[in-house]
Ligand binder design. Structure first.
Ligand code: C2E
Ligand code: CA
Ligand code: CA
Length: 255
């Protein structure tokens, strides 16, 4: 077994090498019954340790204060990949809540959008909540600036992380992503269904879309459609795939 400092040292060496790469999971729009975009998820294949989950290595980097070095990769590679997707497919990237405290974030995003030529309305940033959004004034300012550029904002893991209802007052999210925990085995009259219905109704009152994560079965998809969920992701549509496999998924779902 490896301890966290060994993992961190190996990770720092892996930055900017092919050990770290992106995979893409389709976002399926239940209204249009087609793929409306892809979420980029990072993978680390270490020669010594094998595949390591981003849940593990992103947290390690956040704790070490070195998250920006990896997030730079998030706002480069997938955006270049997305420029060749048909309009209006949207690319969604995960950016750690910690990074929303960096006042230079909107500037970095703007610079990168110009460089890769991806229209801002085809970019979404998911605020990934492993830690609370720090200085709420900087975070709010960053989000307003990103919205002004035209970038969309999603709140990840709604209902399980640090995100609370207060976030809906403070921040201009376009989408709430409901964690898999509430989606698994969603059946009529269960508590999960009532919670998801409540979130959908609340979000729609604010003009916010709802995406359910971790959909693995037809019956989960049917139930979510019935209760007015806008979008889904999950193994039922497709697991995350390499960029080269995206055209095949588009032929399958968007003909
Ligand atoms: P997340 O953003 O909530 O991503 C959803 C996770 O659920 C992904 O795990 C995805 O592979 C997995 N998943 C998708 N559909 C299903 C399903 O139907 N069933 C099950 N059981 N799982 C499903 P993954 O790729 O291991 O990522 C874990 C977390 O790591 C992500 O959770 C996100 O918080 C973080 N992460 C991944 N890539 C990045 C990144 O580039 N930057 C940052 N800051 N965080 C990242
Ligand atoms: Ca996410
Ligand atoms: Ca999640």
């Amino acid at each position: 077994m490896f301890n966290s400092s060994e993992v961190l040292t190996a990770l720092e060496k892996a930055l900017n090498t092919s050990q770290l790469y992106m995979v893409y999971q389709p976002i399926f729009n239940l209204r249009t019954q087609s793929i409306s975009g892809f979420e980029a998820l990072m993978r680390w294949n270490s020669p010594q340790m094998g595949m390591i989950s981003p849940d593990v290595f992103i947290t390690l980097l956040e704790d070490s204060g070195n998250i920006i070095s990896i997030e730079d990769m998030v706002i480069h590679t997938p955006w270049d990949v997305a420029t060749c997707w048909p309009d209006p497919l949207v690319l969604s990237v995960n950016i750690s809540a910690l990074e929303f405290c960096d006042p230079l974030l909107p500037q970095r995003v703007r610079k990168n959008l110009t460089a890769c030529g991806l229209p801002p309305h085809r970019c979404q940033i998911e605020v990934t909540e492993t830690s609370p959004l720090c200085d709420s004034q900087i975070a709010a300012k960053n989000m307003m600036e990103l919205k002004a550029i035209g970038v969309k904002l999603a709140l990840d893991d709604f209902g399980t992380g640090h995100a609370n209802l207060n976030y809906l007052l403070k921040y201009p999210f376009d989408t709430l992503k409901i964690d898999k925990e509430f989606v698994t085995g969603i059946e009529p009259d269960t508590r999960s269904t009532k919670i998801v219905e409540g979130i959908i109704s609340l979000a729609h009152n604010f003009g916010i879309e709802v995406l359910a994560e971790g959909v693995e079965t037809q019956s989960e998809l049917d139930r979510l459609m019935q209760i007015g969920c806008d979008k889904i992701q999950g193994f039922f549509i497709s697991p995350p795939v390499l960029a080269e496999e995206i055209p095949t998924l588009l032929v399958q779902y968007n003909h």
